[in-house]
Ligand binder design. Structure first.
Ligand SMILES: Cc1cc2nc3c(=O)[nH]c(=O)nc-3n(C[C@H](O)[C@H](O)[C@H](O)COP(=O)(O)OP(=O)(O)OC[C@H]3O[C@@H](n4cnc5c(N)ncnc54)[C@H](O)[C@@H]3O)c2cc1C
Length: 172
């Protein structure tokens, strides 16, 4: 029987992590990701108002990877036969899948990620008023999450949660 094909997946976000699960029974899979965890991105706004939610939506890669291997690091280069990481490791492949999504600025360990939600939540709890810059889907969803868990903040003044349509920034 032929040896399983070597598949290198770069990026352990939504696409990359799903692909690991789909392929690891039929291929020799290596996942390259700077983080030790996968996070459901759409849960991040809920995690801000309810940090314990992140216990379920931020999961270590090792908890769902059964046969494949995780190589922690960032891919910095690729030829037609191998990928190089920022630690200088070269990973050979027959198939390369690049799933790097958009830029990710979060911490690289699950523990630090959960801690960040706790800290952001503390700021939220202690705040008098909030300004959300960016009135697109994420800004509006965040406003909804906040007023649903902190109705008194909404009641303090109708202007305490303001959605403005400009650029966006976040503690997350
Ligand atoms: C708050 C929020 C709400 C959202 N709501 C929705 C929604 O309701 N519906 C919807 O369809 N979409 C939603 N999205 C968008 C959705 O999350 C993205 O479309 C999706 O995450 C894209 O998946 P991806 O795998 O392509 O990239 P990502 O999930 O961004 O994953 C990219 C991965 O690549 C890794 N990576 C990056 N560079 C390198 C490198 N050089 N080497 C190795 N690894 C690297 C990163 O660490 C990350 O793990 C939302 C996003 C956010 C932030």
């Amino acid at each position: 029987m032929a040896a399983p094909k070597r598949v290198v997946i770069v990026g352990g976000g939504v696409a990359g992590s799903l692909l690991v699960k789909l392929l690891e029974d039929v291929a020799d899979v290596t996942l390259i990701d700077p983080k030790d965890y996968f996070e459901v991105p759409y849960s991040s706004l809920r995690c801000l108002v309810e940090p314990s939610f992140a216990e379920r939506s931020v999961i270590t890669h090792s908890s769902y990877m059964k046969k494949s291997r995780l190589l922690m690091g960032s891919a910095t280069d690729a030829t037609r036969t191998e990928v190089t990481t920022d630690t200088g490791i070269k990973v050979p492949y027959e198939f390369l899948v690049i799933c790097t999504g958009s830029e990710y600025l979060g911490p690289n360990s699950r523990v630090d990620r959960l801690d960040r939600y706790q800290k952001a939540n503390r700021k939220l709890v202690e705040s008098q008023g909030l300004l959300i810059i960016g009135g697109g889907p994420v800004g509006v969803e965040l406003a909804g999450e906040i007023v649903s868990d902190f109705p008194t903040k909404k009641g303090e003044a109708s202007t305490s949660i303001t959605v403005q349509s400009h650029s966006s920034t976040s503690d997350l």
